[in-house]
Design a protein around this ligand. Structure first.
Ligand SMILES: Nc1nc2c(ncn2[C@@H]2O[C@H](COP(=O)(O)OP(=O)(O)OP(=O)(O)O)[C@@H](O)[C@H]2O)c(=O)[nH]1
Length: 288
């Protein structure tokens, strides 16, 4: 018996088993990164198949141990090795592709998210506002916009410190995300000003939502740090909300923002802690 063939044949099959084992490790790492349930099932099934192949290879190796005498008996071990290499390659590339796609996704999300409030940032708002104005004009859909501003926020910072001010902003961001639809755009407009863009929403609906948000904010509490002082009651705060709207005939991003800003200014002028709508809100953003 040619010992070269003997060792080469056995080695190919054993290396094939090692490559398949490495492939299952890659698939396991991939499974941890997959958010999608259906894809999970597919990759789990594939992992079971690879494990079955490992048993198949091992059985073949035991049955054919020493049965490699010439070049033709090398065909099957070579195919086994090539197949395992192919499986490992595909699994490795799938894992790397998933990592790259997830990194790009996170970077894109970061680029449009406000790091403190965890809502969209001004850049994203500007883009979406232009898009929604176009949809409003061409699709004849009503569009409304709310501008929120925390009352006397400077006092919060001055009295309790900036970290508490930051907690207030975070709590407001979370509340707004909880009480708006997926299609709405909640974005930080400036310091403590937030814009909520409401696509396909008429003036009445926006007004009802604004009043609800206003009440929800009034019930929101932010715990104050104790810092060796006796416990203090949690902080509450209020907001002013300005609401404006447009329809196909008068849709314009800058005018919509200016109208909401004007309504917000009115709310501040009228004593704060209130909702004000731009005077022609019902006409501006009527149901289509
Ligand atoms: N903690 C914290 N404060 C911020 C942030 N951005 C802006 N501010 C503060 O927000 C405050 C805004 O103050 P003003 O514009 O005078 O508004 P206000 O005190 O809320 O008064 P009114 O809006 O008129 O009721 C300033 O003190 C800013 O320093 C932030 O990211 N974190």
């Amino acid at each position: 018996m040619d010992t070269h063939f003997f060792w080469f044949g056995n080695l190919m099959v054993l290396l094939g088993i090692a490559l398949l084992a490495a492939a299952t490790i890659k698939v396991t790492a991939l499974l941890k990164r997959l958010p999608n349930r259906e894809l999970h099932y597919h990759w789990q099934f594939l992992r079971v198949l690879i494990l079955m192949f490992i048993f198949g290879y091992a059985g073949f190796s035991l049955l054919h141990w020493g049965n490699y005498h010439d070049g033709s008996s090398m065909i099957v071990p070579t195919i086994f090795f090539g197949g395992a290499l192919f499986v490992l390659w595909v699994c490795t590339l799938s894992l790397r592709t998933t990592k790259v796609v997830q990194t790009v996704y996170h970077l894109q999300k970061e680029a449009i998210t406000d790091p403190l409030m965890k809502i969209f940032n001004r850049r994203y708002l500007d883009r979406r506002l232009q898009e929604e104005v176009l949809i409003c004009r061409t699709g004849n859909r009503p569009l409304t916009l709310m501008m929120l501003d925390i009352d006397h926020f400077k006092l919060v910072n001055d009295r309790y410190g900036h970290p508490v001010g930051d907690e207030v902003l975070k709590a407001l961001g979370q509340l707004l995300m909880r009480h708006t639809r997926h299609a709405d755009v909640v974005a930080r407009y400036g310091g403590e000003e937030v814009v909520v863009l409401l696509p396909n929403t008429c003036g009445n609906e926006a007004h009802v939502l604004a009043r609800r948000l206003h009440q929800e904010v009034a019930q929101l509490t932010v715990p104050l740090p104790e810092l060796n002082r006796p416990p203090r009651p949690p902080l509450t705060f209020s907001v002013c909300i300005g609401v404006a709207g447009c329809n196909a005939s008068n849709a314009d991003a800058n005018q919509l923002l200016a109208a909401a800003d004007m309504a917000l200014y009115q709310a501040k002028q009228n004593g704060r802690n209130r909702v004000e709508c731009c005077p022609d809100l019902r006409l501006a953003a009527n149901t289509s």
